[in-house]
Design a protein around this ligand. Structure first.
Ligand SMILES: [Zn+2]
Length: 290
């Protein structure tokens, strides 16, 4: 997304910007950022800054942190720009950005799930001129339980299968609340890939995960793993393996799953009613889906 001519870039890292903003450290938002990138100052939350520094090796002098609730003032060309970060209730470090410049107000949500803080912020930002909005589940059939309820359902399933190897579909960054709840309840870390461990180490949460498969029966892999490499193993080892897939796409998956996996609706994006509620509070003059 580009603002103030092309001076401000959000989740977009080609040449030509004066100030770059990163909403969160997910692959579909960091395209173009890599070691050696030097197109301009990069603003992000403190947690995202740690990931950018340690996982991408970006030069520290380019990375500037913006803390939620502490507005940042920038002078870009002839424009004074005020930027505010808002916690996005998505993965660790995820924020929205609210920009004010030349009498215009623009909100960029990045990925988010509605919570009370965002409700309050949306009401405060009401009548923005333009909103770039995460509409991942923009369809009335997507209605998710609250996150706490989803977490309880996963904890219940894990508890019923603790005599087996329990495989959970996780991300390198994200579903962290779920991971924390599982580790807390069953008092053991989750075995993950080396890449996921590096991300958790960068975020300062390394105690939640391990590379030693012998100390835990809990396994965390990306969702793709279960559909590409794991299917045959899962069929052969149903008595000793349980696969739990917490996902917003659970509604689509359950209809004809041949693998015997357990699907739990769990999402760090808004469901459809939350998206409608958010837009009703924000009353943007124009919306662009992201
Ligand atoms: Zn995301």
């Amino acid at each position: 997304m580009q603002l103030v001519g092309k001076d401000i870039r959000v989740d977009e890292f080609g040449r030509g910007g004066q100030a770059y903003f990163l909403s969160h450290f997910h692959a579909d938002h960091i395209g173009g950022l890599r070691k050696g990138w030097r197109h301009g100052p990069l603003y992000c939350s403190p947690v995202t800054a740690k990931l950018v520094g340690k996982r991408l090796g970006l030069d520290g002098d380019l990375v500037r942190t913006i803390e939620p609730g502490k507005p940042l003032k920038l002078r870009l060309g002839t424009h004074d720009v005020s930027v505010r970060a808002i916690e996005a209730n998505h993965c660790p470090g995820a924020v929205m950005f609210h920009f004010e410049f030349g009498g215009r107000r623009v909100l960029y949500t990045g990925d988010f799930r509605l919570d009370d803080n965002i409700r309050r912020e949306a009401a405060e930002c009401a009548d923005v001129d333009l909103a770039y909005v995460d509409k991942t589940y923009d369809d009335p059939r997507y209605v998710f339980p609250p996150l706490d309820e989803s977490i309880d359902r996963v904890l219940g399933l894990v508890g019923e299968h603790m005599d087996k190897e329990v495989f959970l579909a996780l991300y390198s960054i994200g579903k962290t609340r779920l991971l924390r709840a599982v580790v807390g309840k069953f008092n053991r870390p989750v075995y993950v890939s080396a890449e996921t461990q590096r991300c958790y180490r960068a975020m300062g949460m390394e105690s939640l995960v391990t590379r030693d498969a012998g100390v835990t029966n809990l396994r965390g892999y990306g969702r793709g793993y279960f559909f590409k490499y794991f299917r045959w193993r899962a069929r052969r080892h149903r008595k000793t393996h349980t696969v739990i897939i917490p996902t917003g796409w659970a509604l689509d998956a359950e209809e004809d799953d041949p693998h015997g996996y357990f699907y739990v609706p769990y999402s760090e994006h808004c469901d459809y009613p939350e998206l409608c509620e958010f837009l009703a509070l924000l009353r943007p003059k124009k919306v662009i889906p992201i």
